[in-house]
Write a protein that binds this ligand. Structure first.
Ligand code: ZN
Length: 431
């Protein structure tokens, strides 16, 4: 297969060499990622090392993106410049041998390789194989909004995961029963779970809401929400409109509680994996009333909200709103991403931060509502490698441009590099 880029492109020719060196040397804080706990990556099929999903992905997220060859070369010593099956079969063996050799430390090894000190990993609970201080965790929290389902039923595999969480928490805190009243649900399930998360060292709660509904949350009166909840418990589900109104109420409760516990709220904003995704419902402007209502809660707008990145920058005017460029560093090349980063740096440089959103291709199946396919050569490690390179390059381009245009001094460019790569995240999470 012909490659789409030169074998040894001078990738950094447009970045000031001093800045490029400086940015590479910064020990980063990855503010948001999905490192896969050991053993969860599906084993590959040697005859079919790459198994593409049947959905439209942005070009850089596709499995034959030639940049993977750079990642494989650096991570596992891949010596070819192609996707030939016999070469990839050997590569799969070589990666597995490296994973086995690293053992329990494999994910930490990956962070060290990428010069990342701490990674905020999204999970359903603390993981013993991903120890602090290399990994801290933040709790997947959409399940709180699904004490029961809606009619017509949503076609998403996420719902099974949410239902399992509800069941587990009811078992833990309420003798296996779903509380009969909204007050009961809030006091016996929501509060104790948030307390547990805090005890277990979670830095906050994370939502991927646009995968099942828009992120506009109405201010629903409590009496209405309580009546809807009681109806839902009786019937086992609610009509979609009522269900959404109940979610609006529960979400606001969660946002206020997050502020009391000093939890950061990570919010998926901007595009997601098709087909199960409604882009217009992911516009972060839709959340502005929540930012105002929950002023003591810190919100991190993941992915910089692209394509709503200008909206995202404007929202940073709220004291409690922050943004990162995780994932935007794989659906955009470094030049485009540098524009997104530069606009944030020009307006609110203390609010923008580096992150990878490194994920295994397994997530494409889970989020897109498709059966998971084994693609062990497209794991979170390769993604972290690509996203890290693009993120650091894009920051270098943005700062080179600002300095070259005479907007900032060289010293200020270095300060901004450090703040973006680690300082802003350290402050946000209190690390
Ligand atoms: Zn993510």
């Amino acid at each position: 297969m012909a490659l789409a880029f030169a074998e040894k492109p001078d990738r950094e020719r447009n970045i000031d060499p001093g800045l490029a060196r400086e940015i590479k040397s910064i020990i980063a804080i990855d503010d948001h990622a999905h490192p896969l706990p050991l053993g969860l990556e599906p084993a590959g099929d040697p005859a079919h090392p790459i198994q593409p999903y049947d959905c439209t992905l942005p070009v850089r997220m596709r499995p034959y993106n030639p940049e993977y060859i750079d990642a494989w070369a650096d991570l596992w010593g891949y010596e070819h410049r192609d996707f030939e099956q016999p070469h990839l079969q050997k590569l799969m063996e070589r990666k597995q041998a490296a994973v086995d050799e690293h053992g329990e430390r494999h994910n930490v090894w990956t962070l060290e390789k990428l010069n990342i000190e701490t990674c905020i990993a999204v999970a359903y609970g603390p993981s013993t194989s991903e120890p602090a201080p290399h990994f801290r965790w933040i709790a997947f929290s959409d399940w709180f909004l699904w004490p029961f389902g809606c009619e017509p039923k949503l076609n998403s595999p996420l719902l099974n995961v949410f239902a399992a969480q509800i069941k587990q928490k009811c078992g833990l805190f309420n003798k296996g029963e779903l509380p009969q009243s909204l007050d009961g649900y809030i006091e016996k399930i929501i509060f104790p779970t948030l307390d547990l998360y805090a005890q277990q060292g979670s830095v906050g709660i994370k939502f991927q809401t646009p995968y099942y509904r828009p992120i506009s949350f109405a201010d629903v009166p409590k009496a209405d929400a309580a009546a809807l909840y009681a109806h839902g418990v009786r019937e086992g589900s609610l009509p979609a409109g009522d269900h959404r109104a109940l979610q609006d109420y529960i979400f606001r409760v969660l946002m206020l509680e997050a502020g009391r516990r000093d939890f950061v709220v990570q919010m998926h904003t901007g595009i997601g994996v098709k087909p199960a995704f409604d882009i217009s419902g992911s516009n972060p402007l839709l959340m502005e009333p929540i930012f105002i209502a929950a002023q003591n809660t810190k919100f991190l707008l993941l992915h910089g909200g692209w394509p709503f990145n200008r909206e995202t920058v404007s929202l940073l005017a709220h004291d409690n709103v922050y943004a990162d460029f995780s994932c935007a560093n794989i659906f955009q090349y470094s030049r485009s991403l540098s524009g997104q980063i530069r606009s944030a740096l020009e307006w609110y440089p203390e609010k923008i931060m580096y992150g990878t959103d490194a994920y295994s291709d397994r997530s494409i199946g889970m989020l897109g509502g498709m059966p998971v396919k084994p693609n062990p050569l497209h794991g979170w490690e390769e993604k972290a490698w690509l996203m890290d390179r693009t993120g650091r390059e894009a920051l270098g381009l943005a700062l080179t441009g600002m300095h070259g245009d005479g907007d900032i001094s060289a010293a200020r460019a270095e300060e901004l590099a450090d703040a973006t790569m680690r300082g802003n995240a350290i402050k946000l999470y209190g690390l």
